[in-house]
Design a protein around this ligand. Structure first.
Ligand SMILES: C[S@@+](CC[C@H](N)C(=O)[O-])C[C@H]1O[C@@H](n2cnc3c(N)ncnc32)[C@H](O)[C@@H]1O
Length: 273
C-alpha cells in the first residue's frame, strides 16, 4: 500500500509539553467568538486541526445534541481531545486521526467547518479549503482564525525583540507555512469560492503580571528549545549568538514596568454557495 504524504509534512509547533501550555489557554468562548453566534443546537460541526480539543469541546457544547467531529493528523492530540470531551460529558463529539486535505466524510456532511491556527501551517491552502468546501452543505459556514506574525509584539524593547518575530515567521515559511495567514484569509476564502466573506482581527493579550510571566515562560521554553534553535540555525535564518541576545532581551522585557505582549490573529467566515 502506498502511504499518503502528510499535507503538513513539517509542522513547526510540534507536540511538546512546552507548546501545549499555549493551547491549554484556549476555549471556544475566547478563541471562536466570531463563530459562536452562528452555532445552534442540532447543527453538525467539523473542527479540523483540532489539537487537544480545548476549543472543540465548546463547539460541541454549542450544537448539542448535533454531531461534532474533530480531526487532527496527530494521534496523541486526538487522544487528548477525546479525553477532554469525555471529561466534559460531550457525548455528541467524535474524534478522528486524519488529514485536512483528505477528510473521511461524504460530500455535504457538515453545516459548519472550523479551524484555529491550522491554515497557518498547511502548505497548500487551496487544497485544504477545497476539501472543506466539499464536505460542507450548500449554505454551510467555513470559519477560521489564524496568526498574523508581523503584527505580534512585545513592548517595550521592540527594537531588540522584533527580529525574533521575523525569525519565527521565517521558520514557519521555511516549513511550508503561512506566517501572515490571518490577514490573507479573506482572499483565500474568496479564491476558494466562499461567498459573503466577513473578516475581522483581534489579539490574544498579555498585560497582567501573571500573563506576562506566562508568555515569558512559554517563549523561553518553546522558542529557545534545542530543536527549534537547531531548525532555525539549520535553515540559516539566525545564529546561536542571536538566540542568546534575544533571550537576554526577553528576560529584560519581563521585568519592565510597561511590559505588554500581543499575539495577532485574523478571523474569517464564509459560506458555501
Ligand atoms: C497550532 S495547533 C492548533 C490546535 C487547535 N486548533 C487550537 O487552536 O487549540 C495546529 C494543529 O493542526 C494540526 N494539523 C496541521 N496540519 C494538519 C493537517 N494537514 N491535517 C490535520 N491536522 C493538521 C496539528 O497536528 C496541530 O494539532
Amino acid at each position: 500500500m502506498v502511504e499518503q504524504q502528510s499535507a503538513t509534512p513539517n509542522y513547526t509547533m510540534g507536540y511538546s509539553e512546552d507548546f501545549q501550555q499555549l493551547l491549554n489557554l484556549r476555549s471556544a468562548e475566547t478563541h471562536a467568538r466570531h463563530l459562536l453566534p452562528h452555532l445552534k443546537s442540532g447543527l453538525r460541526v467539523l473542527d479540523f486541526g483540532c489539537g487537544p480539543g480545548h476549543i472543540s469541546v465548546g463547539l460541541a457544547r454549542a450544537v448539542e445534541p448535533g454531531g461534532f467531529h474533530g480531526v487532527d493528523m496527530e494521534a496523541s492530540q486526538i487522544d487528548m481531545a477525546r479525553a477532554a470531551a469525555e471529561a466534559g460529558g460531550h457525548f455528541n463529539a467524535t474524534f478522528h486521526v486524519g488529514n485536512a486535505t483528505s477528510l473521511p466524510f461524504e460530500d455535504g456532511y457538515f453545516d459548519v467547518a472550523h479551524c484555529h491556527t491550522v491554515l497557518t501551517h498547511i502548505p497548500d491552502t487551496q487544497a485544504a479549503l477545497d476539501e472543506v468546501k466539499r464536505v460542507l452543505k450548500p449554505g454551510g459556514i467555513m470559519a477560521s482564525r489564524e496568526l498574523i506574525v508581523d503584527s505580534c509584539f512585545l513592548v517595550p524593547g521592540v527594537g531588540e525583540i522584533q527580529p525574533a518575530w521575523d525569525v519565527f515567521a521565517g521558520l514557519l515559511a521555511a516549513n511550508g507555512g503561512h506566517p501572515q495567514m490571518g490577514r490573507e484569509l479573506k482572499s483565500a476564502f474568496l479564491d476558494a469560492g466562499f461567498t459573503d466573506v466577513e473578516t475581522t482581527a483581534s489579539f490574544d493579550s498579555f498585560g497582567s503580571p501573571q500573563a506576562i510571566g506566562f508568555l515569558h515562560r512559554f517563549i523561553s521554553d518553546w522558542f529557545f528549545a534545542p530543536d527549534i534553535v537547531a531548525a532555525v540555525t539549520g535553515y540559516g535564518i539566525a545564529t546561536q549568538q542571536q538566540f542568546d541576545e534575544w533571550r537576554d532581551a526577553l528576560d529584560k522585557w519581563k521585568n519592565e514596568a510597561g511590559a505588554f505582549g500581543g499575539l495577532a490573529f485574523g478571523e474569517c467566515i464564509g459560506y458555501k454557495p
